[in-house]
Design a protein around this ligand. Structure first.
Ligand code: FEO
Length: 167
């Protein structure tokens, strides 16, 4: 198989950074929710953080499989606090849109280079991002509907806390 180009290697390394950045952001949100005793949301965020680290590792492994070199860049410090639970999930939703934009740019670069293997690898991410954007925006909508209703918030916290593992 054709060795990965220097440009693809650089853009894939950028995506490794973005996925670990998402992991770090969700961990910060897990800590925020745990402090508020919203332990279901905290658990959901913790699992999401682990998923993001797996996403980063998928790309990490791919770069190595293609004879490339992984280099890790700095990750931005995530906000430690959020004004409200809905604001935290809005931030998550907006961050997912940012991650999707990164994936789409990568795909465009791979298409331009006729790098078929990178395109095939990215197909999984494109599909995954549709799911991630949908999930986070549905949570935002539900939290907005709940508003200041404490028992509604309690029940939704319980529901998200039942989240199982995923890729
Ligand atoms: Fe791996 Fe949520 O982007």
């Amino acid at each position: 198989m054709m060795r990965i180009s220097a440009h693809m290697q650089k853009t894939l390394n950028d995506q490794v950074r973005r996925e670990f950045g998402a992991s770090y952001l969700y961990l910060s949100m897990a800590a925020y929710f745990a402090e508020k005793n919203l332990n279901g949301f905290a658990r959901w965020m913790r699992m999401q953080a682990m998923e993001e680290a797996k996403h980063a590792m998928k790309i990490f492994d791919f770069v190595e499989d293609r004879g490339g070199r992984v280099t890790l860049e700095g990750i931005d410090r995530p906000p430690p606090d959020f004004p409200t639970p809905v604001a935290a999930f809005e931030h998550a939703r907006d961050h997912e849109a940012h991650v999707s934009a990164g994936i789409h740019q990568l795909y465009e670069a791979a298409a331009t280079e006729k790098d078929w293997a990178t395109q095939a690898m990215l197909q999984w991410f494109i599909t995954e991002q549709v799911e991630e954007e949908k999930t986070s925006s549905q949570i935002v909508d539900t939290l907005k509907m709940i508003g200041d209703n404490a028992s509604g918030l309690y029940m939704f916290d319980q529901e998200l806390g039942r989240r199982g593992g995923a890729e």
